[in-house]
Structure formats: structure tokens, C-alpha cells
Design a protein around this ligand. Structure first.
Ligand code: SF4
Length: 359
């Protein structure tokens, strides 16, 4: 048995042919899953009974099980369990006139940003294409008839360290035979792996979607402290590849800046960031993300006043900058906070099953 959502159109056509089905059925089946969000083969009424039986004998649809959801004013966090017992989280954010889904691409993360809760456990494993897509499918099916229009790869993990699976998930999200989201409404956020950004820039599918890069510090020295990945992907090489990124005129790369009290929130830091961007102002916009404190990490969120002062310096230097404020901040941590809590719950659950705990 395999997951049908692990296939793109071409692959599914070939796979169906091997099962003795007509290749054109692939568009029909993917239409049921990604357009009508019907994932029960028995309800795919324009497929013959015989073929539905074949599908049921050969394919699953959902690799994830939805375990929990936590509501906040403007967002909902969803926690899934994988078939091998790990947890994955996604966040649905209600914006003024649309819904944005933030998906995870890995279980844990190897990048090790010092301010991030996901990094505490290190990398467990990559998510497969079908596990990335299933976050979307479960949530979309649950909230119908509302539609998710935007997807951001900003959940747990470094998407570009799981390139092939993320690429195929993006292909299925933006293809007319798939979910058919606008390419301008899918964003991939990276910690700044230079070689993978280059690969993305040369990839016909990936270069079309939005690129967001976590900068978090205006100098190599500070960035190395916050993001050890900077030692091998230094800031000047990263900025060079971003300045050369082949976006059409007018399209901007998002520089994400998690703003942390007493670490990177001073007006001099804003000025250094403006200098780093230099004359390439039209290529970038800066997203200031107030840090969400985690009880296990020694960092704090700056005051709103300091955040706005930082933003003002960027504006004064001609740089487009906005502050991402979530009203649902009580359920967000730095990425991965809810999962961390669930890791503990999962451990307890496993112990319970093994008879090591009474309840
Ligand atoms: S911030 Fe993102 S890249 Fe950095 S450790 Fe956390 S999940 Fe990984």
C-alpha cells in the first residue's frame, strides 16, 4: 500500500497504467482529492466500482491523524500524529480577508537556532511529501466551505533541508491538476542555506514561489551567535545570493527578523540592517517578528515601543518593513512550542501503553 498523495500527476498516470487503469483517470482522482477534498475512494462517483476497489486495495490517502486543535482569537494550532508516533504541527491564521496555513516540513530541526523551541530536540526526520500535504488536506476538509488561499512553509523544520519532499508538495499545491493555489501565495521560509537557495533559484517550480529568509541579525558576529548555521553560510555570501536572486522587477524577498529584547532590538541594529540591505531596497521587505518567549529559553520579547522604534529606523532608510503581530500569541511559541509539550505527552502515553505508568 502507498499514499496516493505522494504522487504527482505524471507519476500517478504511470502507476495507474501498471494497475491496468486508464491513465486519464489520474486527473479525475486527483480532482476529487485536491479540488473537491473528497478522500474516500467510495465517494468518487465517476470512477467505476471495479476501479474504486483497485484504488482501495493499493492506496491510502491520509498518513497523519489529527489529534488536537487549540483555538486562539485569530488562529488555530493543529497537532497531528504520524504513523510512527511523532507529532507535527500546523497553524491556520485568519487574516483580514483570507486564511493562511503555516505547515511544517520536518519533525524537529537540525539548524539549531538558539531562540527556537523546535531546535531543542534536534532533527528527528524529514516529513514526506504526503505528510506535508496532509496537513493542508485535513485542515481544508475540516473548514470547508472556507478555502485556504495561502501556504507558508514556516512551521517546524528547515524546508530547504528537505528539498525533494518540499518541492513535490509545492508542485502539487500550485499545479492546475492539484490544489491550484497561486504561486504568489505559497512561501518557503529558510534559515539561509546558500546552496539550496541557489538550487531554488534555478528550479522552474520553486523559483516561482515566494522566498523568505530568516536574517535575525545585522552582523555576521551576532548572526553566528543566534544561528550557528551562519558559520557555514555566512551573511555576506547569503546577502549576495539574495541580491542576485532572479525575481522579476517589483517582486521582493522577505527578510524575517525575530526581534529579541536586548539582543538584536536596538536602533543601531536597525541601522546596521539598513546598511546591509544597502541600495537593494527594492528587492527586499523586512518582516519584524516579536519574539515569543519560551520557558526553557533565556530570551524575552522587546516592548512594542522598541519594536516600532526599530521599524521607524528602517522606514527612515527607505526600507519596507512591517511588524507581524498575532493576537493568538498565547498559543504560538517560537516555532515548535506546542509540539514540545506534546512530546512530553507522547512520552507519557508510550509509558502508559508499556504499563510503566498508572494513568
Ligand atoms: S527557527 Fe526554523 S530553522 Fe531555526 S531551528 Fe527553528 S525550525 Fe529550525
Amino acid at each position: 500500500m502507498e499514499y496516493i498523495t505522494s504522487y504527482n500527476l505524471e507519476e500517478l498516470r504511470e502507476r495507474l497504467a501498471k494497475l491496468g487503469m486508464e491513465k486519464y483517470r489520474a486527473v479525475q482522482i486527483l480532482g476529487w482529492i485536491y479540488k473537491k477534498f473528497q478522500t474516500d475512494f467510495d465517494h468518487m462517483t465517476d470512477i467505476s466500482k471495479e476501479n474504486r476497489k483497485l484504488l482501495k486495495e493499493n492506496f491510502f490517502v491520509h498518513p497523519l491523524e489529527l489529534k488536537e486543535e487549540v483555538q486562539a482569537e485569530d488562529s488555530t494550532k493543529y497537532l497531528f500524529r504520524t504513523s510512527d508516533g511523532y507529532t507535527v504541527e500546523s497553524v491556520l491564521i485568519k487574516e483580514r480577508d483570507h486564511l493562511t496555513l503555516c505547515v511544517s516540513s520536518q519533525i524537529g530541526c537540525a539548524v539549531g537556532c538558539k531562540f527556537c523551541a523546535t531546535a531543542i530536540d534536534g532533527l528527528v526526520r524529514n516529513l514526506r511529501t504526503e505528510e506535508i500535504l496532509d496537513q493542508f488536506l485535513h485542515i481544508q476538509m475540516k473548514i470547508l466551505p472556507q478555502r485556504i488561499r495561502n501556504v507558508v512553509f514556516m512551521g517546524m523544520g528547515e524546508p530547504l533541508a528537505n528539498y525533494e519532499n518540499v518541492r513535490k508538495a509545492v508542485e502539487i499545491m500550485v499545479s492546475p491538476w492539484g490544489i491550484d493555489l497561486s504561486k504568489r501565495r505559497v512561501s518557503v521560509s529558510t534559515s539561509g542555506i546558500v546552496a539550496q537557495i541557489k538550487r531554488m533559484s534555478e528550479d522552474p517550480i520553486m523559483k516561482e514561489v515566494n522566498l523568505a529568509v530568516s536574517i535575525n541579525a545585522p552582523s555576521q558576529q551576532l548572526r553566528e551567535l543566534l544561528m550557528p548555521i551562519s558559520k557555514t553560510n555566512d551573511l555576506s555570501t547569503l546577502m549576495k545570493i539574495l541580491k542576485d536572486y532572479p525575481y522579476p522587477k517589483g517582486r521582493r524577498i522577505m527578510l524575517e527578523y525575530v526581534i529579541i529584547k536586548g539582543i538584536n532590538d536596538k536602533e543601531e541594529d536597525a541601522l546596521s540592517l539598513a546598511r546591509l540591505i544597502g541600495k537593494y531596497k527594492s528587492k527586499f521587505k523586512v518582516n519584524l517578528i516579536p519574539y515569543n518567549p519560551d520557558p526553557d529559553l533565556p530570551y524575552e520579547r522587546p516592548s512594542l515601543e522598541d519594536i516600532y522604534k526599530f521599524q521607524k529606523v528602517l522606514w527612515e532608510n527607505g526600507i519596507s518593513a512591517f511588524v507581524r503581530l498575532s493576537k493568538g500569541v498565547n498559543i504560538f511559541g517560537a516555532c515548535g512550542q506546542l509540539r514540545k509539550r506534546d512530546v512530553i505527552k507522547l512520552r507519557e502515553w508510550k509509558e502508559e501503553k508499556a504499563g510503566l505508568r498508572s494513568s
